[in-house]
Write a protein that binds this ligand. Sequence first.
Ligand code: SAM
Length: 389
Amino acid sequence: MLLKIKNHYIPELIAYFTGRPRPFSVSFNITPDCNQSCIYCEIGNKIERNTDRLLNQEDINWVIDEMANAEIKRLAINGGEPFLFKSLLETVSYAGSKNIVCAITSNGMTIHRLSPTEIAVLKENRSEVNISVDSLDNSINSFTRGSKLALENAKKSAKTLMDAGIPVTFLSAISKYNYQDLYSSLVKAYELGVGQVLYQPLIFYSNYPDRKAIIDKANLNVAYEDIDILKAELRKILKFERTHKIKTNVYRFLPWIENYIKMTSGISKTWFWEGYLKKFYCRDIHALIDIAYDGGIQPCAFAKAEINIKDDRSQGLIALWIKASESIKNDLNNGKYRGYCNACSNHFSRNMIASLMKYPFKNRSALIKFLLLMTSRAIHSMYKKLFVR
Ligand SMILES: C[S@@+](CC[C@H](N)C(=O)[O-])C[C@H]1O[C@@H](n2cnc3c(N)ncnc32)[C@H](O)[C@@H]1O
């Protein structure tokens, strides 16, 4: 924990006031291929992509070299399904050789089939693995993930990783199909030995800006009339988390989920954070370099890339990214938000905390509520450390 405070929280806090010397991490959508058909994903819905270009190992190694030069220590690997990318483990090794840790988000369909030597590559390079599981109820999970074997494979993969000492986080997208089952699934995840479950309400914008969004995607979210049921479910999770060795991010999104659902239900037409924050600050456009599967540098995960690492890259990654994100940074600094800012439910908790730190006075009422929440969480986590086995 002390190391996390020193290496992460303190530099993060300083960055809000003095600016960021370098981005915190790079994120790749390493492949557009996938072996599931999630109902809320454009790839799963077979919506055509608008590009023929694809990243190759040389592009990836160049990015890793650039990260090492800039002392960026974290590479998030997403997709598509990363384990369908044939040189994923080479990528992990190469990054590891430069002291860069990979955080891989997978559906867990194939990890359990990796050989012990391949699992050792993940372990030796300190990889973190997130496995996407929307529900521990097989019928719900099969439906949302579009695969009958999704849960069985995810469980087998989680076990393979945990047996090798690799910590596993489950990621659950909250939709109208699983919101009443979240608590029961958390208890089952705990029984499996999973250390963390991170939830995220559905993004209604296209996950991949080169593809059209799924029609009526917002409607897959929980309906506003069911918000009390959802909130009751989330409170049960918070209570469970206080006395069991499992962590979630519920405390972070409880402050804003109702506003988000109000907006996705069409009841509110404003920026969903306005009910909570007086002034918004987007941390991620300053802290993240997002690279699409075609090599495009996206100013944010929802924004189309205008600059590609496959074209002239003589200026280096950081200079290309600064150019790619210049216009959105200017707009957001002047309070000119883009339509997709309202879809930012995946990174919003981080951006919310950044907004509170960057503009503590303007956001004082939200800050006080958040500090009370954090104090209560700190007390409970101390209790857990001392008394919960
Ligand atoms: C796009 S997937 C790609 C990586 C991998 N194939 C997997 O399933 O984890 C990354 C994560 O985004 C989540 N996701 C996809 N579409 C989403 C949406 N519309 N809203 C919220 N989360 C979504 C998935 O559930 C998964 O946890």
